[in-house]
Design a protein around this ligand. Structure first.
Ligand SMILES: [Zn+2]
Length: 470
């Protein structure tokens, strides 16, 4: 496989450090809110990386952290008047649900920052001892000037960064240099804190990843990945910390996915132009969202619009329809002679597999991989349309199609592909229950008709009324 390495800015042959094994660390979510489609993109993309490496016969260890202490979490907890654990437990659970709906597998390990405090403190102590960090009035900082390679990953010019912030006052109570960043933040009134040699406080965001990579996977890993917005400062800082503390490279390959844009601007919480996965799942299945993300190259920006998602839904439907039709034909047949697979079909399947693998081997080109999936779908559709469909060919073709889809994490079964009822329908269902309880039969009937007219059917079950697609 060839991978575009952000560190060298070129495609390189991927050679794992230990033959046959791959260690991957992917920066995970800060669990203070629901994830949006921009947050979902790295989850889906690097889940495919993991599946593709596994399908190529490699033993992959995939680690993804959870940031469960951070300014945004503290702010939200204050707003709601609850402990930070209440916020993180709620959004960590929601994150798992959303990731599962998108067909993203659980990582092999999912370390949490607050459970890694001893590892974090040990690394900060080593950085101080090595002259790479210093204690200031409000915490411990990393001295970027102590690391000559700072800026290599991002191409960021430290001198320019310093010039740009030349007008800013840096108080002696705090960091010495504007480019320095916090490793440990001392506790302020009302904030959570953990004991440390420098006083009660909490870790900075960057040190958390450096400490967890070391604890989970060792000094040097094969692939470190995340969104493009993490290149600077987060990944630059991770390198500065880990290399200074361990005297070994942090990662051999750095992979970064592009943004999801809305009207040319990056989808983000701060711009307010975001669509949560949750909201989108009310209209589209997780598989449609996944298909949408995979239909572009992971390093290119993708534009988001409802029209483009509808086009993705249409594209995905072409695949699921083919799977359904072929399954139906095969279910009608008594027994299928596997040996009667035609040489043409054999060639077709070999070519489809090869093209698919070549595409993913070329820096995870999922768009080209999907093109070979569609080649196969077209061939299966024409075989299925013959007066005497070649059942052995169709059976082998369907098997190949499902194997290729599995590498992309796409599940063409009806359950995976059905989107849940939208909020309006659920609200009408609740109102109908209330009307029935109040014996207002006319209103209950009116609501039932409205739900039916919207394409949903109600089933009264022992667990209460449920709605299904009509
Ligand atoms: Zn990270």
């Amino acid at each position: 496989m060839r991978i575009f390495n952000t560190l060298t800015r070129q495609k390189e042959d991927f050679v794992p450090l230990v033959p046959g094994r791959v260690s991957i660390y992917c920066c995970g979510p800060t669990v203070y809110d629901f994830i949006h489609l921009g947050n979902a993109r790295p989850l889906v993309v690097f889940d495919v990386l993991r599946r593709h490496l596994e399908s190529s016969g490699l033993d992959v260890c995939f680690v993804q952290n959870v940031t469960d202490i951070e300014d945004k979490i503290i702010r939200r907890a204050e707003e709601e008047g609850v402990g930070h654990e209440v916020i993180t437990a709620r959004f960590h659970a929601a994150y798992h649900e959303d990731a599962a709906a998108l067909g993203v597998r659980q990582p092999d390990s999912e370390p949490r920052a607050t459970a890694a405090i001893p590892d974090i403190i040990a690394m900060i102590e080593r950085l101080i001892a090595g002259g790479h960090a210093y204690v200031a009035g409000d915490g411990v900082y990393y001295a970027t000037s102590s690391f000559p390679d700072y800026g290599r990953l991002s191409g960021y010019d430290l001198e320019r960064l310093e010039e740009d912030s030349g007008g800013r006052q840096v108080s002696s109570e705090q960091k010495r240099d504007p480019a320095d960043f916090a490793l440990w933040k001392l506790q302020k009134p009302g904030e959570p804190g953990w004991p440390s040699p420098w006083g009660s406080g909490r870790p900075g965001w960057h040190i958390e990843c450096s400490a967890m990579v070391l604890a989970e996977l060792g000094e040097t890993i094969d692939i470190h990945c995340g969104g493009q917005d993490l290149i600077f400062p987060h990944h630059e800082n991770e390198i500065a910390q880990s290399v200074a503390a361990n005297a070994e490279p942090l990662a051999r390959y750095w992979m970064h996915n592009g943004y999801v844009n809305v009207d040319q601007a990056k989808m983000s919480k701060s711009l307010g132009n975001f669509f949560t996965v949750r909201d989108l799942l009310e209209r589209f299945s997780g598989m449609v969202l996944r298909f949408f993300i995979l239909s572009g190259h992971y390093r290119s920006p993708i534009n988001f619009s409802t029209e483009l998602l509808e086009a993705a839904a249409h594209g995905w439907e072409r695949i699921t329809t083919c799977v359904r039709n072929v399954n139906f034909l095969l279910s009608q047949a008594k027994d299928i002679e596997k040996s009667s697979l035609s040489p043409e079909s054999q060639d077709l399947l070999t070519t489809a597999r090869q093209n698919f693998k070549d595409a993913l081997d070329d820096d995870l080109n999922t768009a080209d991989a999907l093109a070979s999936v569609f080649d196969l779908v077209r061939a299966l559709n024409s075989q299925a349309a013959l007066p005497e469909p070649p059942l052995a060919d169709l059976a082998a073709g369907l098997e190949t199609l499902e194997q290729l889809l599995a590498v992309l994490g796409l599940d063409a079964t009806e359950e995976a592909t059905a989107a849940g009822p939208p909020q309006e329908i659920l609200q009408m269902l609740e109102a109908r229950q209330a009307a029935r309880a109040a014996r207002n039969w006319a209103e209950a009937d009116r609501l039932r008709d409205a739900i039916t007219a919207a394409g949903w059917r109600i089933e009264d079950t022992p667990r209460g009324a449920q709605v299904y697609r009509a």
